[in-house]
Design a protein around this ligand. Structure first.
Ligand SMILES: O=C(O)CCC(=O)C(=O)O
Ligand SMILES: [Fe+2]
Length: 171
């Protein structure tokens, strides 16, 4: 669907062949306070797309382009939210936006969330297709190997760097 919306269906097979999936269940203990406490620090996901579900204890917040934190309120229990990750942001030459997000928690109840991450396979080179680059949209990122970006993210400098993608391969 995303590739179709960009007119890039021809890359679907390459995408399917170069993607792995990881399902992760996360538990956040209630901080036992009425005041909201940070449960997960602000970050962008480094992978392609994250599909996420949270239990009745809410807490996911997204930073808008106007730098305002908004709470994610599911329409009904069982709703999923899809977040674009840095790999798709870079591949789409910035057409798709990978938002900063965090988890804020209050109260006693534990929060569970389940996330399905689509991840480029080890060694796969993320390279913006030429169709996404023109005079109005100059290339934003050099081609990069996803696992090598992750290696940078795990260094002390990378861990402190909120804009790791830009630092690592931004033009
Ligand atoms: O638990 C959540 O709602 C967010 C988890 C998350 O952002 C992540 O694992 O990257
Ligand atoms: Fe995340």
């Amino acid at each position: 669907m995303v590739l179709e919306s960009l007119g890039l269906e021809k890359y679907l097979e390459e995408h399917m062949n170069s993607t792995n999936y990881l399902l992760r269940v996360m538990k956040y203990k209630g901080p036992q306070t009425s005041e909201a406490k940070l449960g997960l620090s602000p970050h962008t996901d480094k992978n392609i797309v994250t599909i996420l579900n949270q239990n009745q204890v809410e807490g996911l917040e997204i930073l808008t382009k106007n730098r305002k934190w908004i709470s994610y309120k599911p329409f009904q229990p069982g709703t999923f939210i899809a977040l674009i990750g840095d790999a798709l942001h870079a591949w789409s030459n910035g057409r798709l936006y990978s938002p900063f997000h965090r988890v804020m928690m209050s109260g006693n109840e534990a929060r569970y969330s389940t996330a399905l991450f689509s991840i480029p396979k080890g060694g796969y080179l993320i390279k913006t297709p030429p169709e996404m680059v023109d005079e109005e949209h100059p290339l934003l990122y050099k081609p990069y190997v996803h696992v090598e970006l992750l290696d940078y993210c795990y260094t002390p400098r990378g861990q402190a760097d909120q804009f790791a993608l830009r630092t690592y391969c931004g033009l």
